[in-house]
Ligand binder design. Structure first.
Ligand SMILES: C[S@@+](CC[C@H](N)C(=O)[O-])C[C@H]1O[C@@H](n2cnc3c(N)ncnc32)[C@H](O)[C@@H]1O
Length: 326
């Protein structure tokens, strides 16, 4: 794609771009819309019903001229196409926010896997081998999780999606227990869209926990804006390079613990190898440490896209785990 799509709108720029009450207001607004009530959507397909909710979320941001940090429809559609092509059954998302991506991605599951069992956890499962599909989304904020649940209900997808509230790194460590997974199982697809400096440590946690493995497809948003060299270095490195990186000593200077490190901070982190999470861990990781599973091999490529608000170039990195090299 060479020509950027039209911008959503020009949001008022400022230092506060979420968490000022707009997420609660969004849910109230969605629940007040007559076109989203069950009666007026009962004749619609799941796709059309969920599209109404996605459009209403977008319209709310536009009308209020407020930025909503959703994946947006350009990159979102690319991921939807990937889902239709690869047909994952179990999808994990890091960062639900108001549920936009969870709605647009999970709505394909019932059509792709009509005979599978929902909801997305095993708490009422009698058969450990049941054929299950579902979407699990991890979100740190209780308020955003509540908005996402409300939006998913209006979209008719509340049974298909389970929102787990808590910091991602510790939620991932206990995810099997939380979901009552009856046996070791991995996710077919993972969408990483939460705090950027956590992508690498959380991927390593998922590798250690066996939540990702051969066959898993990772989709990581915002690898151009603001960028995520530490993450890209891990998914693009060979097993030998990853093993070597783990033998490197601690960084001499740590990058600032901010969600948007400056270029200089990233350079410093990158120069000495992948970020050393034992010394540079955002608060959200709650002291979680992980070395990952360097034996896992990925093929990785960028899906070019655009930020829906600014029209600036941004992209998702799509990495497919193709096996192990022990
Ligand atoms: C960019 S938004 C996600 C957007 C969403 N995926 C979409 O496209 O509609 C990032 C979300 O990650 C959440 N988040 C930040 N740090 C987190 C953490 N440590 N664990 C879980 N969620 C986190 C934020 O609260 C925010 O809701």
């Amino acid at each position: 794609m060479t020509v950027p799509p039209p911008k959503y709108h020009e949001p008022v720029q400022g230092t506060v771009f979420h968490g000022d009450g707009r997420e609660e207001e969004l849910l109230q607004h969605l629940q007040s819309l007559s076109e989203l009530t069950t009666e007026s959507t009962s004749d619609l397909s799941l796709h059309d019903r969920s599209q109404r909710v996605l459009d209403a979320i977008h319209e709310f941001g536009k009308r209020e001229n407020r930025y909503l940090m959703s994946v947006g429809d350009t990159k979102g559609r690319q991921v939807e196409e990937l889902i239709r092509e690869k047909k994952p059954k179990l999808i994990l998302e890091l960062g639900s926010y108001v549920g936009y991506s969870a709605i647009s991605f999970s709505r394909h599951l019932p059509e792709l896997h009509p005979s599978s069992i929902y909801p997305a956890d095993w708490s009422k499962s009698n058969d450990p081998n049941d054929d299950r599909a579902g979407y699990v989304s991890l979100e740190k904020s209780d308020v955003y999780g509540t908005t996402a649940r409300g939006a998913l209900k209006l979209a008719g997808l509340d049974r298909n999606v389970k929102i787990v509230i808590g910091g991602s790194s510790s939620s991932l460590r206990s995810l099997r227990k939380t979901l009552n997974m009856p046996r070791p199982m991995q996710f077919d697809m993972v969408f990483l869209d939460h705090l950027k400096p956590l992508y690498t440590i959380d991927l390593k946690v998922m590798e250690e926990e066996g939540l990702v493995g051969p066959g898993t497809i990772l989709v990581a948003d915002n690898v151009v804006k603001p960028g995520n060299p530490a993450y890209l270095s891990w998914v693009r490195a060979t097993p030998a390079q990853k093993r070597h990186s783990l033998t490197l000593g601690p960084l001499t200077k740590q990058p600032a613990p901010t969600p948007n490190p400056s270029d200089a901070d990233w350079q410093e982190a990158f120069r000495s190898g992948p970020i050393d999470e034992t010394r540079w861990v955002p608060d959200e990781a709650e002291g979680v440490k992980a070395q990952g599973d360097p034996a896992l091999k990925y093929t990785s490529k960028m899906l070019d896209g655009w930020d829906p608000y600014t029209g600036e170039k941004d992209a998702c990195e799509v990495s497919e785990c193709i096996g192990r090299e022990d």
